[in-house]
Design a protein around this ligand. Sequence first.
Ligand SMILES: [Zn+2]
Length: 215
Amino acid sequence: MPEQEMLLVQLDRYWECFGCGRVIDDPATAKDLEKAGMGWGVGIACPKCGLTATKTAFPGQRFRPLFEMVVECFQLKRAILVLILAQTVFEAMLGDLIAGLLFRRDCPDDIIFGITNALRDLDTTERLIKEITQKEISKLFKEVGFEDIRARFGRIQSKRNKFLHSAKQKKELTIDDMREALDFAYDTVDAFAALYSEHPELRPVDRTQERYEEY
Ligand SMILES: [Zn+2]
């Protein structure tokens, strides 16, 4: 299987239990979740909590086009786009985490949007998570086995910036740079799955499900 397609396999690997909030590594169910249990995996027991409640694909559907674009740009050898998209995927998933934290504190939707929209860099994002949870996200990633995920993001950002901003001696991106970003996107799925499995209280809220029914 071509390496870039491994990333697409990642999208059919995990599902999230609505009962306990954990993210389950179970490709057999994840792959045909659209068909299994009336399309919601109903009746299939969660190995963590035993509930046969509704399941949802992880990462959520709205992230999938981003991952697919990473793969497409890798195939087209558009290295800079692979780097930018890999960063975007990570930032978007972290933004979702913050939106969930704020939502659980009854923050109105327009304020949630305003805050996530105003977050311009990862340092600020991490500080905000620390303010809200008293936890350092990089430490949490470390605890679930992804100690270097933040440093890898930094390396990709640095390469991206060198390419975009060093006009005089433009640093050309290589296949290896592109591969590094692809691997990072791949591990981003695992890192967030591990994080939410260990810390279900941090997981994003599917805001299309709950609150919108209240209005
Ligand atoms: Zn469960």
